[in-house]
Design a protein around this ligand. Structure first.
Ligand SMILES: Cc1cc2nc3c(=O)[nH]c(=O)nc-3n(C[C@H](O)[C@H](O)[C@H](O)COP(=O)(O)OP(=O)(O)OC[C@H]3O[C@@H](n4cnc5c(N)ncnc54)[C@H](O)[C@@H]3O)c2cc1C
Length: 481
């Protein structure tokens, strides 16, 4: 252990190596349920130091686990086999704002909200806005292909990343993929790295697109008696050809929890609320046949009983603060919360919501749901007390039943939180063995010894090893060599 620590200190400095029990405890988990203690945490300051740390990990045969802010909800940053956690805390500079080309070059540890704050004086912003944006990093967003409330019209992280610099395993080579110009020749390696959950390379620089603020923005808060009429309003809005920038829903339980502490005073007696944001030219928003008026008319036609329009920035911010505090607010209802992230075709939302209600009754667990309704990404939060083994079992079984329902309805396991350790057991429900093997070949092409973020994503710990073994040519019998 001592030579390892000394070697790391020589690379990243004394203050860049964490070894004490208390310090390591802070890096044991993320916002998921899983835990794993790192052997040591390294805090490199540039790509060259990351590459050196990779060499040290190789010499000591230790796993490497990249980590941003640890807000992940699928266990991606958890060191399940110990090893060196490479945290990007000190890789946190915004290197360049290129106003002419509307892009920013950032280090992976830059906090999402800081980028928009820095770009704001120029009328620009970074569009992907996970609810965790005051804490989560752009590197973590890239690894998880993060989404957010305002991703319906503008797209998720992958639609905003133009180029990446990354350190490869096991060589420590620093490579660049993508670039500011559109459509590079060759394979789309950048597309592959975005969403690879820290299992293919360590990202050390990111070039992202910045968008200009729209001239007019308005948010509508609509209260319904239940999730079914609210879901039908969602389908009707999209069916009219209107794509709001955000189209979010909270069920009654979530709305009540948020209302307890939110400045926006949400209607506590609602069975569901929709929060819809439209943007465009001011005249468009004022037009009585424009998208804002149409959205309100559709909500009314589907039984909305309380409609509020927020035109000023402060009113809109209060509504968004309320929506983005949903997960935290659920902490007032139970000590633990197992959040899921399935996606279903939008038209199946009412069916899924009915199934979730049935699952809650069957397993006797409260489930509070909020969703990026516009793109069918549903976050049911199973509430439980981890100190009670029966509740843990019930919560886990309820989660499993919900994910099964998402797949049965033609959906997928995860819209934005990733697979990590939390959903890896279900990968064989979603993908055939042939598909999984193809994916394992991609992993092995980048990381032949499975040193980077091992035991994530694939359904069994040895899956990649089995694929590697099977793809090696059979050995010649000894006598014929
Ligand atoms: C209250 C709350 C609300 C949330 N809301 C949303 C939401 O609206 N939308 C959404 O998409 N997510 C949401 N999340 C989940 C989480 O915030 C995102 O997944 C976020 O992208 C994780 O960023 P992070 O910096 O915390 O990464 P971490 O949790 O530290 O790591 C996440 C993954 O990224 C990898 N990683 C980190 N940095 C690098 C790097 N430099 N190179 C390679 N791999 C790297 C890690 O290995 C890990 O696999 C929420 C979480 C919480 C707690």
């Amino acid at each position: 252990m001592k030579p390892l620590i000394e070697r790391l200190r020589a690379i990243v400095g004394d203050d860049g190596v964490l070894t004490s029990g208390a310090a390591l405890a802070a890096y044991e988990g993320d916002a998921s349920q899983d835990r794993g203690a790192p052997t040591v945490v390294a805090l490199p300051r540039n790509a060259a130091e990351v590459a050196e740390v990779v060499h040290v990990a190789r010499q000591h045969s230790l796993p490497i686990v990249p980590r941003g802010a640890g807000t992940g909800l699928s266990g991606g940053a958890v060191a399940v086999e110990g090893g060196i956690v490479v945290a990007t805390t000190r890789l946190n500079r915004i290197r360049r704002l290129d106003l002419a080309n509307r892009l920013a070059v950032v280090e992976p540890g830059v906090v999402n909200a800081e980028l928009t704050k820095t770009a704001a004086p120029h009328g620009l912003y970074y569009a992907p806005d996970p609810s965790s944006q005051p804490a989560c990093t752009i590197g973590g967003n890239v690894a998880e292909n993060a989404g957010g409330a305002h991703c319906l019209a503008h797209g998720v992280t992958t639609n905003h990343v133009l180029a990446l610099e990354a350190v490869l395993i096991p060589t420590g080579q620093v490579v660049r993929v993508g670039g500011p110009a559109h459509d590079r020749p060759g394979y789309d390696l950048m597309g592959l790295l975005v969403g690879s959950e820290g299992t293919l390379a360590i990202v050390t620089e990111i070039t992202v697109r910045l968008l200009a603020r729209a001239e007019g923005v308005a948010a509508v808060l609509a209260a319904f008696d239940g999730v079914v009429p609210a879901s039908e309003a969602v389908s009707a809005i999209i069916g009219q050809g209107i794509v709001p920038v955000a189209l979010e829903m909270m069920d009654g339980m979530t709305t009540r929890a948020v209302a307890q502490g939110a400045p926006a005073s949400l209607p506590e007696d609602a069975g569901a609320v929709l929060l819809i944001e439209c943007e465009g030219l001011r005249e468009e928003l004022d037009d009585k046949d424009g998208p804002l008026a149409t959205v309100q008319a559709i909500c009314r036609a589907h039984g909305a009983r309380d409609l509020r329009i927020a035109l000023s920035e402060s009113d809109r911010n209060a509504l968004w603060k309320a929506r983005k505090s949903a997960r935290g607010a659920l902490g007032t209802l139970a000590p633990n919360c197992y959040v899921h992230d399935g996606v279903v075709p939008r038209s199946k939302i009412p069916t899924l919501m009915a199934r979730i209600e049935a699952v809650a009754a069957e397993f006797d667990v409260p489930i509070a749901t909020y969703l990026h309704a516009g793109d069918g990404n549903v976050h049911p939060n199973v509430l439980f007390d981890a100190r009670r083994p029966t509740e843990v079992r019930q919560a886990s079984a309820a989660g499993e039943a919900i994910l099964r329902a998402c797949l049965d309805l033609g959906g997928v396991l995860s819209g934005e939180h990733g697979i990590g350790t939390e959903k890896q057991d279900y990968m064989s429900w979603a993908l055939t063995t042939t598909d999984l093997r193809a994916q394992a070949h991609v992993k092995l092409a980048f990381d032949p010894d499975e040193q980077l973020n091992p035991r994530k994503l694939f359904p069994t710990p040895g899956f990649c090893g089995e694929v590697r073994g099977a793809s090696r040519p059979p050995r010649e019998p000894a006598a014929q060599r």
